[in-house]
Design a protein around this ligand. Structure first.
Ligand code: GRF
Length: 216
């Protein structure tokens, strides 16, 4: 089986990276992580990748005079590994429009909110402030606008009374660790296509009909 060659880009903890690595270890999983790139030398996720014998590269943004030069260095690293799809997982740098276009519909991001709600910083606090009863996470193809682009997969979790940003983020993170491997699998199986700015997925089972919060 020819597996989709994926790269994961990180800046920190790497728990989504860990979930993707675990998924790729499952027999028959149709994708493989061929390199992990961090813009920070101290990203904990680098250790997770090394423990699984995945090649890592550190490309520090401070060492480049501008964004375009940094993006070119990332591009070179990706091309040297024959990368077909990029998974951003807590990667805290914005790319130039040229880079985003070059990887159009071949670069994923995960955001801890049900997009298009609560883009940008502090999405958990934004959800709490808005008083929503369901929040969650979204895997989407990257566009130049931050936290926007065709949505591949989402998972919803309840927002509980008494939640703070910390407790809500933990609940959402557990969902992230399931939905990112799901999205990558669907893409690697060749079941995902972008039409206009919407994602069409073939061969899906019947969906759950409704999700209630509260259940009372
Ligand atoms: C996750 O919450 C992800 O949704 C956001 O950044 C965080 C990264 O966490 N984009 P981790 O490094 O994967 O643990």
């Amino acid at each position: 089986m020819k597996r989709l060659q994926a790269a994961v880009l990180i800046s920190g903890r790497g728990s989504n990276l860990n979930a993707l690595i675990d998924a790729c270890k499952t027999p028959e999983y149709p994708a493989e992580i061929v390199c992990v790139i961090s813009n920070r030398v101290d990203a904990a996720g680098l250790g997770i990748a090394r423990d699984s014998d995945i090649e890592t590269a550190v490309i520090q943004h401070e060492k480049f005079s501008d964004r375009a030069e940094f993006d070119r260095a990332i591009d070179q690293e990706l091309n040297s590994h024959g990368v077909e799809l990029i998974c951003l997982a807590g990667f805290m740098r914005l790319f130039t429009a040229e880079f985003v276009e070059r990887w159009r519909d071949r670069m994923l991001n995960i955001h801890p909110a049900l997009l298009p709600s609560f883009r940008g910083l502090d999405p958990h606090q934004q959800a709490l402030d808005a008083g929503v009863r369901l929040s969650g996470c979204t895997v989407h193809f990257v566009r130049h606008e931050t936290d926007a682009g065709p949505i591949v997969a989402q998972a919803a979790v309840p927002v509980l009374q008494g939640d703070d940003a910390n407790s809500l983020s933990k609940r959402i993170l557990a969902a992230e660790h399931q939905v990112y491997p799901l999205a990558l699998r669907l893409i690697a199986e060749g079941r995902v296509r972008v039409e206009g700015e919407r994602v069409i997925i073939t061969g899906l089972p019947e969906p759950a009909q409704m999700v209630f919060e509260p259940l009372a």
